[in-house]
Design a protein around this ligand. Structure first.
Ligand SMILES: *Cc1c(COP(=O)(O)O)cnc(C)c1O
Length: 381
């Protein structure tokens, strides 16, 4: 099978070296594996700008699991969290909190708007029982990057804590936990901007807050305070319950490649160049992005579906796959669109090639009208 390029905003295209690292077996309690996990944890702490007050906990599974673990561990049962609803991933955080028996205060935010820190400050002032703000840094549904530092500052100023979903941000967008002591937990996975394979998430949390959170979770599996207590007892690189050892070994190789690239800043530059190549490419074939340039982040681009009766998302996805590109077969915008991830082991030439593949796929579908002016009348761009 020829290697497919994943243009999904996670899981992402990985490099062959990363996939090759999956080829060795490890027993998780073997000191050889503990050294790998400890190294990965230390490197993640550095990327996060963490201090000696922080610890990195591996959470088996997907990003939702890590977010649920943080919500359960840091909010007591019945605790109140303000969640600015900036898109579908913020709505997911709200649902995870509600289903865990926490009280969610939703702050509506428009689909083409950055979460306004002043509205968050006002919502916090109006409801002193809110202990936390749930923040999505990069909203993967819309493609908008929110100002996590400014939101953290208003939370800090009013003595509240932050749960930060950085799942599609970590490894590319700037993060400095040393400057954001209000963050109880920073959550992310191996398989987005870190360019590893899926199977492991992480919570970087303050040790003092973990120690103060014992007994909150109401779930042994999702109890970060318990995971931390076990890690302290077990020593460096110890994981409570069986970790996906091969996945973690592959993440270490992905971190070697991350370092070789120069870290988060050059990676962000590459993703931004990917986005620019994509947008130039789609404009050249008559398509338009859903967001204004000022709001368009470097992680994912939603492209307005052509306003033509021949448009069919699933058939478009199939034609793209026939040309070696996997794209999502769903969309998150109000009006029909399709989404393209700019992250993963891709460079601008890949995104330009993807735009050429879209051109052929639209011809195969028999789409005639791709006119951006027409789309503009429909209020898309
Ligand atoms: C991908 C993602 C998640 C979690 O996704 P999983 O499918 O559970 O790994 C959460 N939040 C954001 C912003 C994401 O992009």
């Amino acid at each position: 099978m020829t290697a497919m390029k994943l243009l999904t905003p996670g899981p992402v295209t990985t490099r062959p070296e990363v996939r090759a690292a999956l080829g060795a077996d490890f027993a998780p309690w073997d000191p050889d594996f503990a050294a790998i996990l400890e190294d990965v944890q230390n490197r993640l702490l550095r990327i996060a700008g963490a201090t000696a007050c922080h610890t990195a906990l591996a959470v088996q599974g997907c990003g939702h699991f890590a977010i649920e673990a943080a919500l359960r561990s840091f909010l007591p049962p019945g605790g109140r969290i303000l969640v600015p609803i900036v898109g579908p991933y913020a709505a997911r955080m709200a649902r995870l909190a509600r289903e865990a028996g926490r009280v969610v205060v939703e702050l509506p935010v428009g689909p083409a708007e950055r979460a306004p820190p002043e509205s968050i400050a006002a919502a916090l002032a109006a409801d002193p029982a809110i202990s936390h703000v749930g923040v999505v840094y990069s909203e993967t549904g819309s493609g908008i990057i929110h100002d996590a530092a400014a939101i953290g500052q208003v939370a800090r100023a009013s003595g509240r804590r932050v749960i930060l979903d950085a799942v599609s941000a970590f490894g590319a967008l700037p993060i400095d936990l040393a400057a954001q002591p209000e963050v109880d937990a920073l959550l992310f996975t191996a398989n987005k901007c870190l360019e590893g394979v899926p199977g492991i998430g992480f919570a970087i949390a303050r040790t003092d807050r973990l120690e103060a959170s014992a007994g909150h979770a109401g779930s042994w599996s999702f109890d970060l305070a318990d995971a931390h207590a076990n890690a302290v007892r077990g020593g460096p690189g110890y994981a409570r319950f069986t970790p996906p050892a091969q996945v973690i070994a592959a993440l270490r190789v992905a971190l070697d490649l991350f370092d070789a690239e120069g870290g988060s800043a050059p990676r962000l530059t590459r993703y931004g160049a990917n986005r620019d190549a994509l947008i130039d490419g789609i404009r050249a074939i008559g398509l338009v992005p859903c967001l204004q340039p000022a709001l368009q982040g470097p992680i994912v681009v939603n492209i307005a579906a052509p306003d033509d009766p021949a448009w069919n998302l699933q058939r478009f996805v199939d034609f793209m796959k026939g040309q070696g590109f996997v794209i999502s077969n769903f969309y998150n915008t109000d009006r029909p669109s399709f989404r393209i991830g700019c992250i993963g082991a891709l460079d601008p030439a890949d995104l330009s090639e993807a735009a050429r593949a879209m051109d052929l796929a639209l011809d195969e579908l028999g789409v005639r009208n791709r006119d951006p002016e027409f789309n503009n009348i429909a209020g898309v761009s």
